[in-house]
Design a protein around this ligand. Structure first.
Ligand code: CA
Length: 231
């Protein structure tokens, strides 16, 4: 099964070359020229396996596309940027881009980066993810069950758990959690996340009572990671 790459780039000739190289490298690839079209495509099922996302786009810029895309999928995103200053913004914003490539680039370099990022993403796929029966998150009902027992989470706790559990083992900073799990970030302090995490842990522990498994690990100075129990 070929991996599918979405190229978001408003410069048609650059996009055409990149798409061409990606196809030669064995990927399927498609091109859209603006941010809204990109989000529309990323929202389809299945989402692209990887998105190459230009920052300077007409209408909605690439950073906003990335922010919104992260609510839909954690599949890798490589940013394309014409200016080095944008790289700082990219990193500073902690929006969760997987890599970035500065323009001008060679299409070969793009293919090499795509390969590397996809390989990394595949390796990071959790082998020890909780079996589907253990933790079930029903988004339609805002209902989480662990081993069949309802967890009675608040919406915030549900969203936090959803974001963390989607990528077991991956460390999320408070800023990332704020961005991904909270819709109304204006009145939420990063510190509030700590108390929501504390409540989540309590509710998870209550079900697995005394197994000693730490569901949500604190990483000092960095953030939190969801750890699936060893099977
Ligand atoms: Ca552009």
């Amino acid at each position: 099964m070929n991996q599918h790459i979405l190229v978001v780039e408003d410069e048609a000739d650059i996009a055409a070359i990149v798409v061409d190289y990606l196809r030669h490298a064995g990927y399927t690839a498609e091109h859209v020229a603006d941010g809204r079209a990109a989000l529309e495509r990323i929202g389809q099922i299945p989402p692209p396996d990887l998105t190459l996302l230009d920052i300077m786009l007409p209408g909605m810029d690439g950073l906003e596309v990335l922010r919104q895309a992260r609510r839909i999928t954690q599949n890798p995103v490589i940013m394309l940027t014409a200016r080095v200053e944008e790289v700082d913004r990219l990193i500073g914003l902690e929006l969760g881009a997987d890599d970035y490539i500065c323009k001008p680039f060679s299409p070969r370099e793009v293919v090499a980066r795509v390969k590397a990022v996809l390989r990394r993403a595949t390796l990071a796929q959790p082998e020890a993810a909780p079996p589907p029966s253990a933790l079930v998150l029903d988004e339609a009902q805002w209902q989480a069950t662990l081993h069949g027992t309802p967890l009675a989470l608040t919406r915030r706790e549900f969203r936090l758990l959803q974001v963390l559990a989607r990528q077991p083992g991956r460390i999320h900073s408070r800023a990332q959690l704020l961005d991904l799990a909270y819709d109304d970030t204006l009145d939420v302090q990063e510190r509030a996340i700590d108390s929501h995490i504390k409540n989540l842990r309590k509710k998870l522990d209550k079900v697995t009572g005394g197994s000693g498994h730490e569901w949500i690990r604190s990483v000092y100075g960095v953030g939190f990671a969801f750890d699936a129990p060893e099977a």
